[in-house]
Design a protein around this ligand. Sequence first.
Ligand SMILES: Cc1cc2nc3c(=O)[nH]c(=O)nc-3n(C[C@H](O)[C@H](O)[C@H](O)COP(=O)(O)O)c2cc1C
Length: 187
Amino acid sequence: MDALTAITQRVSVAQLTGPGPTQEQVELLYQAAFRAPDHAWMRPWRYLTVRGQGLVALGEVFAEAGLKKNPDLDDVKIAKLKNMPQRAPLMIVAIVNIQEDNKIPELEQRLAVGAGIQNILTASYSMGLGAIWRTGEMAYDIHVKKSLGLHGNEEILGFIYLGHVNCKLKQPPELMVTDFVQDWPAI
Ligand SMILES: Cc1cc2nc3c(=O)[nH]c(=O)nc-3n(C[C@H](O)[C@H](O)[C@H](O)COP(=O)(O)O)c2cc1C
């Protein structure tokens, strides 16, 4: 698939199944992430690859986090949290390590990691894999961050679920350039 097709046609895929990406594919996805634009080449990113028993363990962490916030959480909600990471055979946790008081603003450091995540999504699509970028309250939860070994200056910017497509791909709606773009100064 050529790059422009991947960039303009990529869609997120929520229904994913095994097998997960091969090790070779995972490494390619990371090489794609590492080509994100990055002011001053700070490399403000760190990624965790989670699969197999790791997904089960992460589900336990999600359930613990839910129970810490609300000890009365019912069994259905606990089970939902436990199963969350198993919605795909592989997950990438995208982390930004913020360098405070750097001449590069914190926003730009987060944007660089966001661009890396987008590269992972586009590269996945071009390889025929399915992927979706998720966050939700677990991404911002202190127990989850601690359990994943994040340092004080680190934040989870995304859980990227990856696998083989297990549904019909949606057709991205065509957006009109004129709806979002103006000439400046106006003509
Ligand atoms: C920062 C960020 C967080 C997101 N978190 C979630 C999420 O937790 N759950 C979800 O279903 N979609 C989430 N999305 C949206 C999906 O990744 C996806 O972009 C959306 O479903 C639109 O689909 P498309 O990428 O095919 O246009 C998030 C997107 C971004 C950029």
